[in-house]
Design a protein around this ligand. Structure first.
Ligand SMILES: Cc1ncc(COP(=O)(O)O)c(C=O)c1O
Length: 353
C-alpha cells in the first residue's frame, strides 16, 4: 500500500488521469521490454482487447475457437457478430486441438482464436501451419499467459495478435486491465485509434471505435507490480512443486505435466478428479474443500458451448466436444497465490486424503 502512494501523488502532480498519460506511456515501454515483444497497446480490460483485436484484423464470418475457456473468449466474437465454431481440445493440456481444426474450416472461416489455457502454450507451430495453408488469421487469447515463454520467445509473439488480461486475479494485474501485443507499428497505430473511439487525429474518426483506454491509476499499479513479478512467480513455482509432490501418488487425482521448452508463470494449478478411481466426484470434492474454507475454482465448467446463447450451434453439441466435456467435468483449480502459507498448503493437501 505505502509503495503505491508516491505513484498516486505523481498522478495528482501531473494532473493527467487518462488518455495516454505519462504512466501509460511508461508502462507500454516497460512491458514491451519486459515481455520481449515489439509493440503493446494497453486496454481497460482483456475483454475489450479481444473485441478490438478482431476488429483490427477485420475478422468476419466464422471463427474457430475452443469451448474450454472463460466466456469472454467467445463473447468477443458475439460482440463482433461473428459465428463461433467450437473445436475440441487436446487431452494433454486442454488447449485447442490443431488436428481437429481442418474439419471445421468452411468458406466463411476467417480466423482461429485459441487460448493458452492456464498459461500453457498451445501447439503454436502446428496452428500456424494450418492457418498459412488456409489463409486464416490467428489471434491468441493469452489472458493466462503473461510472461510465458515458448522456446525462449514470448508466447505473445506467435500468431497475428495476442491479447492479455491484467484482471485482479492474474499473475500481473492493474486491478482491471489488458493489452494487445502486435508485431508492427502500423497495426499498433490502428489498435490505438480503435481503443480511443476511432480518433486518428483531432477531427478524424476512422472507425466506430470504442472507449477501452487504460487510466493512469491502473498503469501506475502495473509499473509497481512489475517490480515484484519475479519474486511472485518464484513463490508460485514453490507452491506448484508442493502440490505436485503431495498429489503425485493419489489414485484418481491427476494434474497437468510440465510443458517442455516453456518458461511458465504458474498462474493456475488444475487437478482432475476421476470419480471411479478416487471414490468421490469432482463436485463432492469441491464441496468438501469449500466446507473447510478452501475455495477451489471449477475453471472451466460449464463449457462455453453449454451457455444458452451458444448451445444451439451445431459445433456446440457435446458429441463434437468429448475431450472438453470430460475435462470440464473433472477439473478443480486449487488455490495458488504468492502469499499462500505452507501451513495452509498442508491443510489443502490433507483434504485430499
Ligand atoms: C481466457 C480469458 N480470456 C479473457 C478474459 C477476459 O479478461 P478481463 O477479465 O480482463 O476482461 C479472461 C478473464 O479472466 C480469461 O480468463
Amino acid at each position: 500500500m505505502q509503495e503505491f502512494v508516491p505513484y498516486l501523488t505523481q498522478i495528482w502532480d501531473n494532473k493527467i488521469l487518462t488518455n495516454n498519460g505519462p504512466f501509460h506511456k511508461q508502462l507500454e515501454k516497460e512491458l514491451a521490454d519486459f515481455l520481449g515483444v515489439p509493440h503493446i497497446s494497453l486496454f481497460a480490460n482483456g475483454t475489450l482487447a479481444l473485441v478490438t483485436a478482431l476488429q483490427v484484423l477485420r475478422i468476419t464470418g466464422e471463427v474457430i475457437t475452443t469451448p474450454y475457456s472463460f466466456v469472454a473468449t467467445t463473447h468477443s466474437l458475439w460482440w463482433n457478430n461473428i459465428k463461433p465454431v467450437f473445436v475440441d481440445i487436446e487431452p494433454e493440456f486442454g488447449n485447442l486441438d490443431p488436428e481437429k481444426i481442418k474439419a471445421a474450416i468452411t468458406p466463411k472461416t476467417t480466423a482461429i482464436l485459441p487460448v493458452h489455457v492456464y498459461g500453457n502454450p498451445c501447439k503454436v507451430e502446428r496452428i500456424q501451419e494450418i492457418a498459412d495453408i488456409y489463409g486464416l488469421k490467428v489471434i491468441y487469447d493469452a489472458a493466462h499467459a503473461f510472461g510465458v515463454k515458448h522456446n525462449g520467445q514470448c508466447i505473445c509473439n506467435y500468431g497475428d495478435l495476442s491479447i492479455l488480461s491484467f484482471h485482479a486475479t492474474k499473475v500481473f494485474n492493474t486491478m482491471e486491465g489488458g493489452a494487445i501485443v502486435c508485431q508492427d507499428a502500423a497495426t499498433k497505430k490502428r489498435i490505438d485509434y480503435l481503443k480511443n473511439f476511432g480518433f486518428a487525429g483531432e477531427t478524424t474518426v476512422m472507425a466506430p471505435g470504442i472507449n477501452s483506454k487504460m487510466n493512469e491509476m491502473q498503469a501506475a499499479l502495473g509499473l509497481l507490480q512489475l517490480k515484484h513479478y519475479h519474486t511472485n512467480i518464484q513463490k508460485r513455482e514453490t507452491i506448484a512443486k508442493v502440490y505436485r509432490k503431495g498429489l503425485a501418488n493419489l489414485k484418481g487425482i491427476s494434474f497437468l505435466p510440465e510443458p517442455e521448452n516453456t518458461e511458465s508463470n504458474f498462474a493456475y494449478f488444475p487437478v482432475f478428479v476421476n470419480e471411479r478411481e478416487y471414490g468421490m466426484s469432482r463436485d463432492q470434492l469441491y464441496e468438501k474443500l469449500k466446507q473447510n474454507n478452501i475455495y477451489g475454482r471449477r475453471y472451466f465448467y460449464p463449457l462455453i458451448s453449454e451457455f444458452p446463447m451458444y448451445k444451439g450451434l451445431d459445433s456446440a453439441k457435446p458429441s463434437n466436444l468429448p475431450v472438453a466435456e470430460k475435462i470440464a467435468s473433472e477439473v478443480i483449480c486449487l488455490p495458488i497465490y504468492p502469499d499462500l502459507k505452507q501451513t495452509e498448503l498442508i491443510k489443502i493437501l490433507d483434504n485430499f486424503i
